[in-house]
Design a protein around this ligand. Structure first.
Ligand code: ITT
Length: 196
């Protein structure tokens, strides 16, 4: 089964590729297509954004598409950065800049109030317009300095209590069994296996 992954985020692509390695899915990257436009993420939820990305890319490629919209929610910041996670410190912000902005906003917040969770919504969209969505949620805490070099995004400052490490210190295979994306993809894989 051929699926186009509607993302320009290399970290997401690496994770999804490795999690689908034991299936018959052939995952095609957006970089294999010329002239795919930048998609404006103006939805009000992860689902709206994922659906928009999936629908547009399916329209252009004519293929079944998998889209991921995800982000980090910090309770004490009223849910920030949420759906704005990739552009928290500005439209073209790097992961380092986003992490620095979040650490700065939390600098006077004590450890017990630094709870946060990642969310991921995956949309599998078929060329006939039918689609399904799968969600995952990963609870943790934001620490006050970066630790580890695996993963991407907010992983270096996302503390995973049960592992006593940040997400960036976890081996990628372990992150994939615990993470928001791992949970959502496990649901998608169950669905694919039950129907094909
Ligand atoms: P695409 O839209 O092209 O997929 P993007 O990076 O813009 O790429 P999103 O709009 O879904 O994707 O933003 C997701 C952001 O949330 C991502 O850039 C990270 O900052 C953060 N994020 C999501 N999952 C993460 C993870 O597993 N570890 C660390 N940070 C993550």
């Amino acid at each position: 089964m051929k699926i186009v992954f509607a993302s320009r985020n290399q970290g997401k692509l690496n994770e999804i590729k490795s999690m689908l390695a034991d299936t018959k899915v052939e995952l095609i990257s957006l970089t294999d297509y010329d002239g795919i436009p930048e998609i404006v993420e103006d939805g009000k939820s992860f689902l709206e954004n994922a659906l928009k990305k999936a629908k547009i890319i399916s329209g252009i490629t004519g293929e079944t598409v998998l889209a991921d919209d995800s982000g980090l929610t910090v309770s004490v910041l009223n849910g920030e950065p949420g759906i704005y996670s990739s552009r928290y410190a500005g439209e073209k912000a790097t992961d380092d800049e986003n992490n620095a902005k979040l650490l700065d906003k939390l600098k006077n917040v004590p450890p017990e109030k630094r709870t946060a969770y990642f969310q991921c919504v995956l949309v599998l969209y078929r060329a006939d317009g039918s689609f399904e969505s799968f969600a995952g949620n990963w609870q943790g805490q934001i620490i006050d300095e970066k630790r580890g070099s695996n993963g991407f995004g907010y992983d270096p400052i996302f503390w995973v209590p049960e592992m006593k490490m940040t997400a960036a210190e976890l081996p990628s295979a372990v992150k994939n069994t615990l993470s928001h994306r791992g949970q959502a993809l496990a649901k998608l894989k169950n669905k694919l296996l039950s129907c094909c």
